[in-house]
Design a binder for this molecule. Structure first.
Ligand SMILES: *[C@@H]1O[C@H](CO)[C@@H](O)[C@H](O)[C@H]1NC(C)=O
Ligand SMILES: [Zn+2]
Length: 428
């Protein structure tokens, strides 16, 4: 059973029946060559040199380097620019094949049991993610409910799950996670689902530390906050990042939902005001349907729980980074900086013990670049979270596949980050 749950005074909009599934011809990335370009700190010059080339920029907003996938027709023109560029992958199309086919979800167990862990061997169609979420709820029926944070531009529910331990619903501070705001970052969906799976299965098994964690918090987990974009990556363009909202009189589609939060929105250099750009911030603060849904839901989560939001994480890929605020004000430091850094570094240290992945922790502005209108600044400053992070998962770099992580890398990625989260949730 699906429940539409209103939190506090906020009415959660009912999802409209207007489900649109545009199916254009699939974009082919066969023969696209992936480069890592050293910009020598002059990204503006490099961007103007490559402006007319057919390519995908994997790292919009970075300063010191750009990861670019260049179309086969433009490889010679790109090489002729003489940039400080190294080829890291010969053929993005081949990499996409290495992700394997989207595997339909086959339940092998009784409906009251948890789904099997083989879910994490493959990527899956969007509808199956909804079924997976519902099945987790059915396996933990008295301690969980399905929640809907409003609707996307194309009218899809932004679906999540809320669960709690022995203190009952709404009785403890919130742990609040978002996955897949950037549509092409597929590993984030799988990671958020694995963490959720481990929390619920550990609770059901009576695993002591996991039971203590679930008893201590109310969890609100939204594995796919940009469903329209995510579906577009599955049907049409694997490299799509933004939502799917056209803008009047513009030939480009999509707003970067993670530059559209109504806080530090109009900051020079933190986002783009061009509708064609990967980091297009929208026409005014919070003007995407996704953002209106997420802001209302976030504020409701902050208000509904005793103790507000303890931990927020916006899951992204790639780069092996644990990021804290601020992204919208590079001169400011969060008030509890030492505490947040200690926990972020501690999480990174635990992740490294599993398989050697080295995560770097720090404020967005220091580690990456200015990023305005981002979730973590809003959730820290406005929603009052104690810890508010952005988390860049595997791979470490474009050489590891960028957004395209082979299916056999899903399990190692989710397992190491489960250990990190298990430590964090027990320690914070
Ligand atoms: C952004 O800020 C600048 C400088 O304060 C201002 O001129 C401009 O109108 C603002 N833009 C929007 C869309 O609010
Ligand atoms: Zn991202």
């Amino acid at each position: 059973m699906k429940l539409l749950v209103g939190l506090g005074a906020v009415a959660v909009p009912l999802v409209s029946a207007r489900i649109v599934a545009p199916r254009g011809p699939s974009v082919s990335y066969d023969g696209y060559r992936v480069y890592r370009v050293d910009t020598h700190a002059d990204v503006a010059t490099v961007e103007s040199q490559i402006r007319n080339l057919r390519l995908v920029n994997f790292s919009p907003g970075t300063i010191d380097h750009l990861d670019l996938a260049v179309s086969p027709e433009d490889i010679s023109a790109f090489d002729a620019l003489g940039l400080d560029a190294a080829v890291v992958h010969e053929d993005l199309g081949k990499d996409i094949l290495s992700e394997g086919p989207l595997r339909p979800y086959l339940r092998t167990t009784e409906s009251a049991d948890l789904p099997g862990l083989e879910w994490f061997d493959n990527y899956h169609p969007y509808e199956d993610h909804l079924q997976f979420l519902e099945d987790l709820h059915l396996a933990f029926p008295d301690n969980s409910e399905l929640v809907t944070a409003g609707a996307s531009y194309e009218g899809r529910p932004i679906q999540g799950i809320h669960f709690w331990g022995e203190n009952g619903k709404g009785g403890r501070p919130a742990v609040y996670w978002h996955g897949t705001v950037h549509a092409r970052e597929w590993i984030t969906t799988m990671t958020v689902e694995y963490l959720l799976y481990q929390l619920i299965s550990g609770y059901l098994d009576g695993t002591e530390d996991v039971k203590a964690i679930v008893d201590a918090y109310d969890f609100y987990i939204l594995p796919v906050v940009n469903p329209d974009g995510f579906i577009h990556t599955q049907t049409t363009d694997r490299m799509w990042r933004k939502n799917r909202q056209p803008r009047d009189a513009e030939r480009c589609t999509g707003t970067d939902v993670n530059r559209n939060w109504p806080h530090f929105w109009n900051v020079t250099g933190g986002a783009s005001d061009s509708p064609c750009a990967e980091t297009f911030r929208g026409l005014s603060p919070g003007d995407t349907p996704e953002m209106q849904s997420l802001v209302a839901f976030t504020d409701a989560v902050a208000a509904a729980n005793e103790g507000g939001i303890k931990l927020y994480i916006d899951w992204h890929s790639y780069g092996h980074l644990i990021l804290l605020s601020y992204g919208g004000d590079c001169d400011a430091r969060v008030e509890n900086y030492e505490r947040q850094m200690e926990l972020a570094r501690g999480t990174a240290a635990v992740v490294e013990t599993v398989d050697g992945s080295k995560y770097t922790a720090g404020p967005v502005c220091d580690v990456l670049y200015a990023a305005s209108g981002g979730s973590m600044d809003y959730v820290y400053d406005v929603a009052g979270a104690e810890l508010s992070w952005g988390y860049e998962l595997s791979p470490a770099d474009a050489a590891g596949g960028g957004f395209v992580l082979p299916a056999d890398q899903i399990l190692p990625t989710v397992v190491e980050n489960w250990e990190g989260m298990r430590w964090l949730l027990s320690t914070m």
